[in-house]
Structures are given as C-alpha cells and as structure tokens.
Design a protein. Structure first.
Length: 599
C-alpha cells in the first residue's frame, strides 16, 4: 500500500485513517465556505485579505490572509471527505499531523480547529516508537502528513500502525494572491468539542496527552493579545519547534487572532537569523523589519556568540534591527534566563530588555513581565496574565500564602507551589483520570479547582515595578520561580525531558541492571541528561563494538531509535554494586548527583 502517490501524481499530503474511524459514505450538504462562529475565525474573516499572514523566510513565498481563509475552507472540506464524509464523524476526534514549520502547518492546524476536531501536532524529530505511542494512546482518527514526512508516515505503518492512506486534503495554493473565498460564519449545532492535544513528559512513566479545549486556546490567545499587544503591523520571526504550546499559541494562534504576520525560519541558525534581522537596515534590501521575536535562553546565547563574527556592516545593521525602536518585543521563556544573558543582549541591542514569562503545556502562558522596561525585573517572571488567577501554597505547611504573608516568623521568604485557575487551564490528561484528579485541588471559595503546577516560587514587591504602567494586570507582587518540585524534569534549552522515561528505556537494554537519570548543569543548554547505571557484567563484557566492553557510545547507539536526540544521556557513570536507595526503595537524586558527579 503506497502512500507516496495516487496514480502517477505525487501527493503533497497524506491522511492515514485509523481503525477507530466510522466510514459512512455520506457527504455533508452544508456550504463548503462555512467556518465556525468562534473568535479565531471571526477575526480571520475580518482581517485585510491582502495583508501578509505567513511568509517562508528562505524562499520569500508570502501568503495573505485571503489565501489563508481560502485554504482553510478547502482543507476542511478535504479533511471531512477523508474521514467519513459527515461532519459529526470528525467532531471531537483527534487528528494527528506531521508538518514542517510552514504555511502548510498553519492551514492544517486551523482546518482541524475549524472542523470542531482536536488537533494533535506530532514532532517530526521523535523516533517512530514515540510517535506510535502517541497515535495509539490518543486513538487518533487520522494522521495527516506533508510530502516531506511521507517516509516517516510509511515507517509508522511498518511499525504496526493500522492506518489507511486517503486523498490529499489541500488544493494547490496560489502564492501571493489576495482574493478570499467568501466565508459564512455559522454557529455549530454540536457542542464545542474541538481544541488541541499536546503530549508532555512529566514525572509519570509515559508521556501524557494534555487536552486543551478550543475555549481555553481562545482564552490563552486573548490574554496574550491584551498583555503583549500584538497588532496587524507586527512581523513575528518564528524560529521555534512546533510541538510545544510556546510555538503554537504564542507564535501562531495569537498573531493570527491579531492579524499579524508570521515569518517562518526553521531550523534555527544564528548567522541566518542575524542576516534576517539586519536585512531591512542594509541599503540594498526591501525586507520588512521584524518587530517580535520569541525564543529560549539557549537561542539568545547562540545569537550573541555569533554576533562578534559578523561583518562590520552586517553587525551594525543587526544591532539596529534589534534596537527597541524596531524590535518592539523580545521574549525569553521555557527555561530560566541567566542574568549575564539578559545583560549581554541589552548591551548589543542598544538597550532592549528581554521579557520573561512563565507557562506550561497545561495552561499556556500564565505569568509574565510587562511591556514597560521598568516591569522587566531581573529573575522575575512578573504577574499573572489577564484572566489568570494565581496563588502560592507553602510547600512545607500546605497553607495558602496570602498577600502580606510572604515572610515567615524569621523574616525569610516563604516558597510556595504556584497554583492556577481560570479559562486558560487545560481540560484533562487524555484517558488518565488518576493523573487528572491528582493535578487539581478543590477550592474553599466555590469558584473552581486549582491546577497544581509543580513549580515553586516566591513573591515580592520590587521597587517601582508593578505600578500598572504595562496594564492593570501588571501590578503588585512579582513572582520569582525557584524550580520544580520534582527533580525528574530536566530542562534542555526549551525542551523538557522526563528522567523516568529515559530510565525506562535504559532498563529495557539487556546490559543495564539499574538506572537513575539526573540533570546536570550545562553552560550551553542549561541542563544535560546524565545516567547512573549498574551493568550486568557478563552481558556487558563483550557487548560493545568489536567485542569490547559495553560503554557510553554503545548506550547511545542502542537508544538512538528509542529517544529523541535531546533526551539522550550525554554522560554515563557506571557504579559497582547497586545504586543507593532509602528504606522505601527510592533514590535520592540530589544526593546521587553530589556523590557521583561532585556537583
């Protein structure tokens, strides 16, 4: 069964239909130009059809909001035809997709949302085993793959995924055309069951599917729109991965809601990014200036490492490009921002200050510093965003830390877990009632449950910050993140790795008897994965290359098809005997790091 062609015509996209799909041969009679009467699609209908929506940076192909609306309508029709033919067949169903960072990704994502279905973005970087787990766990009705990832889709089939290839869901687009298919907004008769599902590695043995309803996606985007003030004049340079909340909500859904332009430049290359930022300020260029950049600390570090190597003219143009009067907003998130990084960026950008924020898959962005420079305080992530309610709960006493109670009897700051509630919070962990139940705690005011983030913070007033200059939401006490309650979450750049997941894969190797995975400091990435193992001496003695003893390189080769590259242990220490454990059989990883790695 080929998924590379239909007759002699190559397909640019494939849908693989699941064994869970119903297959009635009925086609909906509803007009093809209908989109749901929801805030995102109302905004799309009202945007200037000739305004650029998505730009591919390398090729400079540009697609207008007129193109986007037209292609969403057509893709929605094809998706419907490919999954049974009736609108009810797709409502609330999971539609997984593999697409590169491009216009195709935006059209696919929005066509799924327009179908009242659940968009399930997959990371092309994940090994086949991880992708198959997500497909099986989510009971996805269909898998959509762009031509670039046809081979990946074929490998999934070979791995035992039972899916049937069907016809392309998107017609060929007309690059640069400004016309738009007339669209009718229609209230959906079915309950709103659509949204997005992202898989995140936590402290459990397997990744969990985080179900974010369409209403929460709208609330997250609306909150950011109010706080960060996206406009149709903004050009956002998109250099982020697209299987994370950061890349999708912050850098696709919110700019689309605002009518901004999104320019895709991926994968990240510091020299290429600098050339793009500098381009509008070079005499021979007609490029539009970038006004909005959001990235992780690792990216900013790599940019600053490359900056001195630029040719003098390019370096000065780049400096102008990232100055406050041009790059109106530069955001750092997904990991703690080191003070030297923040200061160095300010120095090379003529005073531009990186804005820090706090978010996670389950809640989108929850806390942020403000647009006014005085509201970007070193080490702080700011204030709860509009529509987000936050509180701190003492990690020792489990008491709510009320405003004014931030110090204990000895005058020391009290650290508490951040707990959140409001319309931006996710609905559930997919098919995991236990994890969902444990993620929330009842309130004592009857206004809804609180979500337990697992992140610990302190809270305090800082100088002249928080006077409402950035908006009514940015006032009062600021939040300072202290870290995770669990040591089993390792942050590498903007990625999160579950130590328990890596341990599980290590223990599946015949040479490994015991394994403990920890995070070690890394100047380049923030943290790196390290493994402490006890080996089966007989099996390891000659299991390495050329009959030698099994070692770190053999470990990495064995895990290559099981773990994404960033999850791979970068160091391995072999212990004789056993890994130290307490009376409950648990490993104290903080102690282990000190004893084994001397940190």
């Amino acid at each position: 069964m080929s998924i590379l062609s239909r007759g002699s015509v190559p397909l640019s996209r494939y849908i693989l239909r699941s064994r869970f799909a119903r297959k009635p041969p009925l086609i909906s009679l509803r007009p093809l130009s209908t989109l749901p009467n929801l805030p995102l699609f109302r905004a799309l209908q009202n945007h200037d059809t000739s305004s650029p929506a998505v730009i591919h940076s390398v090729s400079q192909r540009s697609f207008t909001y007129g193109n986007l609306v037209t292609d969403i309508v057509h893709a929605k029709k094809r998706l419907l035809e490919s999954t049974g033919g009736r609108e009810d067949d797709i409502v609330g169903e999971r539609i997984a997709f593999l697409a590169d960072n491009s216009y195709d990704y935006v059209v696919t994502l929005l066509s799924i949302l327009a179908s009242n279905a659940i968009a399930l973005p997959l990371s092309p970087a994940f090994p086949i085993g991880e992708l198959k787990y997500v497909m099986d766990n989510s009971h996805a009705k269909a898998l959509v793959a762009t031509e670039k990832y046809a081979g990946k889709a074929r490998d999934l089939l070979k791995a035992g995924l039972d899916r049937e290839p069907v016809f392309d869901i998107r017609e060929k687009i007309t690059v640069g055309a400004s016309h738009s298919t007339p669209v009718t907004l229609e209230d959906t008769k079915a309950a709103s069951l659509g949204g997005m599902m992202l898989y995140t590695s936590g402290t459990t043995n397997r990744p969990k599917g985080v179900l974010i309803p369409q209403s929460a996606l709208t609330a997250q985007a609306s909150s950011l729109l109010q706080a960060w003030k996206y406009t149709p004049q903004d050009r956002l340079l998109h250099i982020l991965p697209l299987h994370h909340i950061h890349g999708i909500v912050n850098a696709i859904l919110t700019p689309v809601l605002a009518g901004s332009s999104i320019e895709f430049m991926y994968p990240f290359n510091p020299d290429t990014v600098w050339k793009r930022l500098a381009a509008p300020f070079l005499s021979s260029s007609t490029a539009s200036k970038v006004t909005f950049l959001t990235a992780v600390p690792t990216v900013y570090n790599r940019l600053m490492t490359a900056f001195p190597r630029l040719e003098p003219e390019l370096r000065e143009a780049a400096r102008t490009g990232i100055s406050p009067e041009n790059l109106r907003l530069n955001i750092s998130g997904s990991a703690a921002l080191p003070t030297p990084t923040k200061k160095a960026w300010q120095d090379i950008s003529n005073g531009n200050v990186l804005l820090e924020r706090f978010g996670m898959t389950e809640v989108g962005m929850a806390i942020s510093c403000g647009l006014d420079f005085s509201d970007r305080v070193d080490g702080s992530v700011g204030w709860p965003l509009p529509s987000v309610e936050a509180r701190l709960v003492d990690t020792e006493t489990n008491e709510v830390i009320k405003p004014g109670e931030e110090l204990d009897a000895n005058g020391r700051e009290r650290a508490g877990e951040i707990q959140l509630r409001g319309p931006t919070i996710f609905q559930e962990y997919w098919a995991n009632e236990k994890a969902t139940r444990e993620a929330f705690v009842d309130s004592d005011d009857g206004k809804g449950k609180w979500f337990l983030t697992g992140d610990v913070a302190t809270r305090r007033k800082v100088g002249s910050a928080g006077q409402g200059t950035s908006g009514d939401w940015a006032q009062g006490l600021m939040y300072f993140i202290q870290g995770r309650r669990s040591v089993d979450i390792i942050k590498i750049g903007g990625e999160k790795v579950s130590a328990l997941e890596v341990e599980r894969e290590l223990l599946s190797l015949p040479q490994v008897v015991e394994a403990a995975v920890v995070g070690l400091p890394s100047e380049q990435w923030g943290q790196k994965v390290a493994a402490v193992v006890v080996l089966d001496q007989d099996k390891a003695a000659t299991a390495g290359r050329n009959g030698k003893s099994w070692g770190p390189m053999d470990m990495r080769r064995a895990l290559k098809d099981r773990l994404a590259t960033y999850k791979m242990p970068q160091e391995m220490k072999v212990l004789d005997g056993a890994i130290p454990r307490n009376a409950m059989g648990k490993v104290n990883k903080k102690t282990l790091v000190k004893e084994v790695f001397g940190i």
